[in-house]
Design a protein around this ligand. Structure first.
Ligand code: FPP
Length: 253
């Protein structure tokens, strides 16, 4: 099996040894540090984002090989609109650029592209590119590559509350039906398992309005590595660390 060979290879390359059992089903990543990567090289910030896009490729390939089921990448938050227009415009071009070269490989590799976030507010060209990728990979049943684009967890929760209220008013939901599971069903991630592992790069230790509900029992892995420098080896380190954790979900081991 392709997987087995890859595990063997990693071991021989002196990389962290991970076991084939206990691969996190859902890995979510806050891809941070593009700007600092560029600054260190006296390059404009957008050069860092461009390099970060290359990392997206490498990590998607690696996650797919590992047998991860869902890879959620925080690419643009609802707060990122506050950045200079030049940078926002550039970030809005990246999905197109990424997909224009990588989509055939994603299709070939049975990856399904999905998105969470408010698509309506995206520029038409970004929306078209993402929607095209979603449509063309809709039948794939391998890794779900889930872009969080114009995503904010608080607005997601606000929208869930509004939808719940509407359904209560319409009589299709009763107060007793509003359970933990029911709330999850009103989120953009309703069809996905909750993340098992959250990775944040660049040494920052915060959630930045990312999946506040969904991360309740997720294992966190923080690394100082800047996103453009993050590689398959670092992903394996994160998974190796995850595999040493004892997940108790509030109970006892
Ligand atoms: C945070 O780093 C990064 C972002 C806000 C953008 C992330 C986008 C990518 C990695 C590319 C996305 C690619 C696709 C295909 C959608 P920062 O700019 O805040 O870095 P800094 O904290 O060092 O300034």
């Amino acid at each position: 099996m392709a997987h087995k060979q890859w595990f063997w290879q990693s071991k021989n390359a002196g990389e962290p040894v991970i076991s084939e059992e206990g691969i996190p089903a859902h890995i979510a990543i806050i891809m941070d540090g593009n700007g600092r990567w560029a600054k260190k090289r006296a390059l404009p910030r957008i050069a860092g984002h461009n390099e970060g896009m290359k990392t997206v490729r490498e990590i998607t390939r690696a996650a797919n090989r590992l047998g991860v089921k869902v890879l959620t990448l925080y690419a643009f938050s609802t707060e990122n609109w506050k950045r200079p227009k030049l940078e926002v415009d550039f970030l809005m071009k990246l999905p197109e650029e990424f997909l224009s070269t990588f989509l055939p490989e994603l299709i070939e590799e049975n990856v399904r592209v999905e998105m969470i976030g408010d698509m309506e507010q995206l520029p038409a060209h970004t929306r078209r590119a993402v929607q095209n990728a979603i449509d063309r990979t809709a039948e794939n049943n391998g890794l779900i590559l889930n872009f969080a684009l114009n995503y904010g967890s608080r607005i997601e929760l606000v929208q869930a509350v509004r939808s719940i209220l509407k359904d209560v008013q319409a009589g299709t939901l009763s107060e007793q039906d509003i359970t933990d599971e029911a709330v999850s069903r009103y989120l953009m991630t309703s069809h996905l398992p909750e993340p098992d592992l959250l990775i944040r790069t660049s040494g920052e230790h915060r959630l930045s309005n990312f999946m506040l509900w969904q991360l309740a029992y997720t294992e966190f892995f923080f690394t100082d590595v800047l996103w453009p420098d993050f590689s398959e080896k670092h992903l394996l380190e994160a998974v190796a660390s995850y595999q040493k954790r004892s997940r108790r979900f509030g109970g006892l081991s």
